[in-house]
Design a protein around this ligand. Structure first.
Ligand code: PEP
Ligand code: MN
Length: 272
């Protein structure tokens, strides 16, 4: 028998209920103009929440590392302008306090899923948290990392499947949708899917979004940039706002087939 999902509410949105929540935005926040342009575009096509990296963990130390604290005011302005809640990754326990009032949801990235001191620090805040699956993490390890976040009574944990490393190289990672189905059957956590990092190939992102909805995921997180070829981070996998809009339109009939609907943007709420 399937374990009942315990929904997580964030600023007027509910993950794990009948509504399917789409989060979208750039890999990294680059400027006010860039974040605001992308945010307005994805909101008008059906995103109910924004993503935007403030601190980036890049494989190459010479790559853009994110604006850091220079992005805080940009995040506040774009939240005010769109009314959409924002998720962003923290990469170090020292960022917990400074990001607490800046973002609505903390993201633990794949590279930090095993960083238990970070998980404990985040758990103590009881702030809603999106926990990505580690690059080579087994499902059991991912679920145990989620229990670290719950240890201090923080029940606001959402899981995110973002692909795992395998021998396959035609895609950036191997998107493990069977893990999504497993988690839905065997755990109480809502789970969303990140096909952007999961496959890393723009033309495969749309089909994986539909498959994620069909296999029971509670939402998606997607990278969108108004000008992908100029993106400072993950340019090769960024969707244009037009491509994002087309995916949302294809998603609607799949959602109605599984008796769900697309979550609408929430009425504006201050950061929680
Ligand atoms: C991201 O979402 O920007 C990111 C870096 O993802 P991941 O941790 O899944 O690689
Ligand atoms: Mn990225």
């Amino acid at each position: 028998m399937q374990v009942e999902t315990r929904p997580v509410s964030i600023a007027g949105l509910r993950f794990g209920g009948p509504e399917f929540v789409v989060i979208a935005g750039p890999c990294a926040i680059e400027s006010l103009a860039q974040f605001s342009t992308v945010a307005r575009a994805v909101k008008s096509s059906g995103a109910a929440m924004l993503r935007g990296g403030i601190y980036k963990l890049r494989t190459d130390p010479r790559s853009f590392q994110g604006l850091g604290s220079a992005a805080f005011d940009i995040v506040r302005k774009v939240r005010d302008e769109t009314g959409l809640p924002i998720v962003s990754e923290l990469t170090d326990p020292r960022q917990v306090a400074e990001l607490y009032d800046v973002v609505d949801v903390f993201q633990i990235g794949a590279r930090n899923m095993h960083n238990y001191s970070l998980l404990k620090e985040v758990a103590a805040t009881r702030k809603p948290t999106l926990l990505k699956r580690g690059i080579s993490a087994k499902v059991e390890e991912w679920l145990l990392a989620a229990e670290y976040l719950c240890a201090e009574g923080n029940n606001n944990v959402i899981l995110c499947e973002r692909g795992i490393r395998t021998f396959e190289s035609v895609t950036r990672n191997t998107l493990d949708l069977s893990a999504v189905s497993y988690v839905k059957h065997n755990s109480r956590f809502p789970v969303i899917v990140d096909p952007s990092h999961g496959v890393g190939v723009p033309e495969l992102i749309g089909p994986m979004c539909l498959a994620a909805a069909a296999c029971g995921a509670d939402g998606l997180i997607l990278e969108v940039h108004h000008c992908p070829e100029r993106a400072l981070s993950d340019a090769q996998q960024a969707l244009t706002p037009e491509e994002f809009g087309e995916i949302i339109e294809k998603l609607r009939p799949v959602l109605s087939a599984v008796k769900r609907s697309l979550a609408m943007p929430p009425a504006y709420c201050a950061a929680s």
